[in-house]
Design a protein around this ligand. Sequence first.
Ligand code: 5AD
Ligand code: SF4
Length: 433
Amino acid sequence: MAKKFYIETLGCAMNVRDSEHIIAELTAKEDFEATERLEEADLILINTCSVREKPVHKLFSEIGVFNKRKKEGAKIGVCGCTASHLGEEIIKRAPFVDFVLGARNVSKITEVLHKPKAVEVDIDYDESRYAFGDFRTSPYKAYINISIGCDKQCSFCIVPHTRGEEVSIPADLIVQEARKAAKSGAKEIFLLGQNVNNYGRRFSSPHEKMDFTDLLRRVSEIEEVERIRFTSPHPLHMDDAFLEEFARNPKICKSMHMPLQSGSSRILKRMKRGYTKEWFLDRAARLREMVPGVSISTDIIVAFPAESDEDFEETMDVIEKVRFEQIYSFKYSPRPLTPAKDYAGQVPADIGSERLKRLQNRHAEMLDEMKDGRIGRVVDVYFEELRPGGRVAGRTDNNLLVQAAGSEELLGKIVKVKITDTNRLSSEGVVVA
Ligand code: 5AD
Ligand code: SF4
């Protein structure tokens, strides 16, 4: 009888894809099958995030619970970014953990499984040409890694220390994977990397010269691919050629993530982001001008060390000017191994909370203004998920979440839907064709 594994995934889309790779390895090479019930699992995995302090705390409380609830003899493995960052310290702090597997060592899952107290966290390990199995959580949308690691040295960010140096995956492998996924029904391809539009900067074996714009073109040539999304691009690398391809190519979904982090050029410099407020505003304006209906999302950190009231007002000013469709906002969290944790002028927590609240309240008002024009519009929705109560959910090209009455037969189809009701981030509709 197959053994069972239970897996919990925290963090970003890269982690979601890493978990899919882990599942593929366990089911193809080890005769495991997935379970949703922790108590019956022979192997319990947690794929962790270390970008802020909170998820790290969460990890230790969570694995404590796993240890209490697990069946006798079941193994516990800690994977992902916190595994890379803390390594054997995890086993010291939680001796019941059986192995630790870093975010850049995913292909070693079937090895560590059989080595008591194994710690595999080498951030120089090259998995860029490893042929993982092709397990996917959704048959309709295919996440595909295009690079691993990150070469940027943003002063707040721990990721270069957990995912290592940036290496691009050869284009032929990406195209092959996209073709296979699309042929088996995934109309949407979601390209993933820490810094996607820096694609082609370094390969681990000889490769033709190629950048992200070229790669987008190559993927869009696959006939069965109807939608292409990607995350995360870096505002610094949003050159004209990239924006033009984004605007021109009908298969590229008109939704762009532009992580601002701060609207103050002075703070951006201290963050080592490589662009100014003016550059960011210019790129966003260009994008709105070239792509009518585009939605722009962003990440913002408030209360970075030495952020003054004036600096914060600069961030608020960018929000007014760009009118982002979605904002992921965070209070600065000092991270080990990063230069910013030692910067002078750490901002008191209550000021950080106030700034975060002000930003989020103002953005909520803006979303209320934006949503008004939506009702009555007919949009194309790619339905991907069943929801309780005979409903289905999917997204428009520009990333609006839409739900409608319907069942399985709508899944995997792009359908016209008339919006009948809407709140800030999702809408209700009826299928019209
Ligand atoms: N503190 C708060 N937020 C952070 N992020 C990254 N590092 C930190 C940190 N130390 C945010 C950034 C990034 C997103 C994934 O997480 O906004 O874009
Ligand atoms: Fe993803 Fe960054 Fe969290 Fe790692 S630390 S899981 S790369 S968000």
